[in-house]
Ligand binder design. Structure first.
Ligand code: BES
Ligand code: ZN
Length: 739
């Protein structure tokens, strides 16, 4: 049994009477009366444990904690548990990591203990501030909804965010732990009288939540890459943070980062603020800020902000004021407008800009990046941003420029007649925007990639690809221009770039419908030719030296997608490898198929096999000691069978084992919706809609039927569009197949 609190954002009021708002800071004297066989933890160290007897004669322990520092209610906390801990002292701060006794005994929290001290010290040194509390507890909770919570001096974690199994060879999990721990430590405001963001300097009100979560989400990557230097900061930040949010922050309905105070009312609404806008956009804007200010000035300004507002509250304008003071006191970095004016354009407006280039004249213009195919999208929106433009000409970096109105001419950006004169913007994605190059420059970039891909930094290669496909999808450019940039891919050796390529070129929706189309054989030829080098590199390691992948973080996350695509495109070596490893497993069940590609290997092991392979998967599925993950992989593998009678067996197995009835109309509403969507994937002509409608009328309840008409209509529209796009892709591939 265990009790652990979670107060943020507004649950402190359900535990003790209080003014439960972030700006109402107080000191807290906490005393907990509990079963004596348990230990009680809170923000501060215990100063006394005594006993008392109640009227029934039962003995209780009373743990009294030291008076807390002045703090907000949402980071007060307590845990009552029978856990064990490991401990280490770093610069006078006693760090204890608590977890279930067996977990501690087996060394599951040793990794967390090893990195927590160094992350504290790293942030102390970076921000020039020291931690004031005499102790910090980190507790791994077996059942916790959030990933982790930054209670001051008593951080709580989901077990999976804090535990690392020493037997796990692959370090992907270490990255998750390093990132999460570093995020929560980032919140641990500190200093004899100063502090970091969150606990010591807190936002005035929840409208500025991003000040703590965005900043913590930025610093978590600095801390994590400090303790795990094999993780590349640029790549991981780009992959986890910027990519993810650019994909999401592109509709009119998406909120802006900061809203005015009076718009954020009502406690049930607050929880929805803990979203990707707060975390990822907040961190991306911080990344951009630190880039154009230089890290030196950014940290200097943060330090002054933290010192001024420690034990109190601030809003985003206070941060801008402190940065302004630092900027005004030097002359290396010149800004085109006040810090507030620049930053308001990013935090108070929704969305982000796309820059459109005309490099014959050197003109750059901006508009909000929105889907041009939606009729009512753009006209009423004339947001403009003050955009820092980092850029590169022919491979060398150029001085930062600013676009501070809707359109501006930059004579220094004009390109010459020479096809070797090219320009790259937003180098390393130091700004939160996309770039729409003109045809001329795009051609030249495609040529550079083919001749000398490393002339363009890896993160920019990824961004170039992602931008052109996003621009295609939103109607800015034709698909043919985007495809030009894929010609170089045989020379692309970074799997994290390949991941974005595959995401754009072979999205899941395409995978499940593509085989019917003309484009599959063409794509197979065009793409496989380019995938071979990176495929063989990794297949070689899988066969001979898998340990070499231990520290290759992106291989651990993305290898499966690469292999799944190679096999799906019918690459013989991939199919052979699957049969080979699957057979090895069948011959000696104690052999483990490399976990990084187990799903793909099992799927194609079954697909390439016959009933023998299918039955083996079925038996393994039914073994009592198979885990949830095993079961998930095996159930998927069963459905990969190619013989129709095996597929029928799979269908039966899926329905029975997943507990759903063979009549899908009896299943839950959510699942039903998924099923309907899958069926709608193939609808292109009205006759098909009518057929499905007849089927639904027979099988669905009346209330369930209503939504299906709209679903089918919109699916028809999407499918028709996709088909048109695919025909263009097919035409282009046909023309370029032999390149
Ligand atoms: N303060 C949050 C935890 C939280 C989230 C409280 C939502 C209330 C509502 C904490 O600092 C946090 O951001 N945790 C993240 C993990 C982190 C690595 C991004 C989480 O739980 O997802
Ligand atoms: Zn946080």
């Amino acid at each position: 049994m265990l009790i652990a609190s979670q107060m943020e954002p507004t649950y402190a009021r359900t535990v003790y009477p209080c003014f439960d708002e972030p700006a109402m800071k107080a000191t807290f004297n906490i005393r907990i009366i509990h079963d004596p066989s348990y230990v009680a933890l809170s923000n501060m160290p215990a100063i006394d444990v005594s006993e008392m007897k109640d009227e029934n004669g039962s003995i209780w322990a009373i743990t009294t904690f030291n008076t807390s520092l002045k703090m907000s209610t949402y980071i007060t906390a307590f845990v009552i548990c029978d856990f064990d801990y490991v401990t280490r002292t770093e610069r006078g701060n006693e760090i204890r990591i608590w977890a279930r006794k067996e977990a501690v005994e087996n060394g599951y929290v040793d990794y967390a203990l090893n990195i927590t001290g160094p992350i504290f010290s790293f942030l102390e040194d970076l921000l020039n501030i020291s931690y004031p509390l005499p102790k910090t507890d980190l507790v791994a909770l077996p059942d916790f909804e959030a990933g982790a919570m930054e209670n001051w001096g008593l951080m709580t974690f989901q077990e999976s965010s804090l535990m690392y199994l020493p037997s796990d060879k692959f370090t992907g999990r270490k990255a998750v732990i390093a990132i999460t721990t570093s995020h929560e430590i980032g919140h641990q405001a500190c200093g004899k009288q100063f502090g970091w963001f969150g606990n010591l300097v807190t936002m005035n009100w929840w409208n500025d939540l991003w000040l703590k979560e965005g900043l913590a989400s930025y610093f978590e990557y600095l801390g994590a890459t400090f303790v795990e230097p094999k993780l590349s900061l640029d790549k991981v930040f780009h992959d986890h943070v910027i990519q993810a949010i650019l994909r999401e922050d592109n509709e009119i309905g998406v909120r802006s980062l900061s809203a005015s105070e009076d718009k954020i009312k009502g406690s049930s609404f607050l929880i929805s603020l803990f979203d990707n806008i707060t975390y990822n956009k907040g961190a991306s804007i911080t990344w951009m800020l630190s880039n154009f200010l230089t890290e030196k000035l950014f940290i200097r300004a943060l330090n002054s902000y933290l010192r001024t507002f420690s034990f109190s509250n601030a809003n985003q304008d206070d941060l801008w004021t402190h940065i302004q003071v630092v900027v005004d006191a030097q002359d290396e970095v010149q800004l085109p407008a006040s810090v507030k004016k620049i930053m308001d354009s990013w935090t108070c407006q929704n969305g982000f800009p796309v820059l459109t280039l005309n490099l014959s004249t050197g003109t750059i213009s901006q508009e909000q990046f929105l889907n041009k195919k939606n009729e009512n999208s753009t006209d009423t929106y004339n947001n403009t941003w003050i955009v820092p433009i980092s850029w590169m000409r022919n491979g060398s970096s150029q001085p930062l420029l600013w676009l501070d109105k809707s359109s501006k001419m930059f004579p220094e950006m004009q390109v010459s007649e020479s096809e070797y004169d090219w320009i790259l913007l937003n180098v390393n994605l130091s700004g939160y925007y996309r770039v729409n190059y003109d045809q001329l420059n795009l051609k030249r970039l495609a040529r550079v990639l083919e001749n000398d891909p490393k002339a363009v930094p890896a993160v920019s290669r990824l961004q170039l690809i992602d931008d052109v496909f996003a621009l295609t999808q939103f109607g800015y450019i034709q698909i043919e221009s985007a495809l030009e940039l894929t010609k170089y891919l045989a020379r692309e050796d970074e799997i994290f770039v390949w991941n974005i390529v595959l995401l754009n070129l072979v999205p899941e929706i395409l995978e499940s419908t593509l085989k019917n189309y003309e484009v599959y054989p063409l794509l197979k030829k065009y793409l496989l030719k380019r995938m071979l080098p990176i495929y063989h590199y990794y297949a070689g390691l899988i066969r001979q030296n898998i340990d070499a992948l231990e520290n290759d973080y992106f291989a651990q996350v993305y290898l499966e997608k690469l292999f799944a695509t190679a096999c799906w495109l019918g690459l013989q070596d991939c199919l052979d490898l699957s049969s080979e490893l699957y057979a090895k497993w069948m011959n000696s069940p104690e052999y483990n198929i490399p976990s990084l590609i187990r799903r793909t290997i099992c799927c194609y092991g079954v697909a390439m096999g016959s009933d023998k392979e299918w039955n083996f998967a079925w038996d393994m599925y039914n073994q009592t000691n198979s885990t949830k993950e095993d079961k998930d992989i095996l159930l998927f593998a069963l459905s990969c069978a190619r013989e129709s009678w095996l597929l029928y067996s799979s269908l039966f197995a899926n329905l029975v084992m997943e507990g759903s009835l063979p009549h899908f109309y009896r299943c839950g509403e959510e699942f039903l919706h998924d099923v309907l969507k899958v069926m709608a994937k193939f609808v292109i002509i009205d006759v098909q809609i009518q057929e499905l409608q007849v089927f639904y009328n027979m099988t669905l309840e009346e209330n369930e039927r209503e939504a299906t008409t709209a679903l089918l209509e919109s699916a028809k529209f999407e499918n028709t569009e996709r088909r048109e796009l695919l025909m263009k892709v097919a035409d282009w591939l046909q023309k370029n197949i032999n390149d």
